[in-house]
Ligand binder design. Structure first.
Ligand code: DAT
Ligand code: MG
Length: 149
């Protein structure tokens, strides 16, 4: 089953949105496989955002993502990478559809409350930054048969 890396960013933690955001993925029918509350080091942030090195917003992005604790998560489910990106909404909250996480809770591209992997390959790379293989919990969600045919 497909997995993705989702991260509740420091602004959302500060604003008390952890439960609200986790709840959306739970209710959707995805399965939580790993979760931790941590503050990123600068090294972790630079590794996470390696694809953006050299862009004008890179320094500010790193400063923001290490400015407070985040919630790092692995979620599993059918097409979870693409579907969770849809649930998050566009990178710029001003363009994010109403009802999406960014469309509902954010207004600024530099404070867009959540990160989600953009492909299964990115998910694998990102998950390895945050979790050891032993930290992925193997469990059966008892309602699974009511979620996927
Ligand atoms: P996403 O987070 O939707 O995958 P991304 O990978 O293109 O978007 O960029 C990573 C983060 O960097 C994004 O969540 C917010 C920030 N960012 C991207 N483009 C930006 C820009 N033009 N100005 C300021 N911040 C930007
Ligand atoms: Mg991205």
């Amino acid at each position: 089953m497909e997995r993705t890396y989702l991260m509740i960013k420091p602004d959302a933690v500060q604003r008390g949105l952890i439960g609200e955001i986790v709840s959306r993925f739970e209710k959707k029918g995805f399965k939580l496989v790993a979760m931790k509350f941590l503050r990123l080091t600068k090294e972790m942030a630079e590794k996470h955002y390696a694809e953006h090195v050299g862009k004008p917003f890179f320094a500010g992005l790193v400063e923001y993502i290490i400015s407070g604790p985040v919630v790092a998560m692995c979620w599993e489910g059918k097409d979870v990478v693409a579907v969770s990106r849809e649930m998050m909404g566009a990178t710029n909250p001003a363009k994010a559809a109403p009802g999406t996480i960014r469309g509902t809770f954010a207004v600024d591209i530099g404070r867009n409350v959540i990160h989600g992997s953009d492909s299964p390959e990115s998910a694998e790379r990102e998950l390895a930054i945050y979790f050891d293989s032993c930290e992925f919990v193997e469990w059966d969600r008892s309602v699974q048969a009511w979620i996927v045919e």
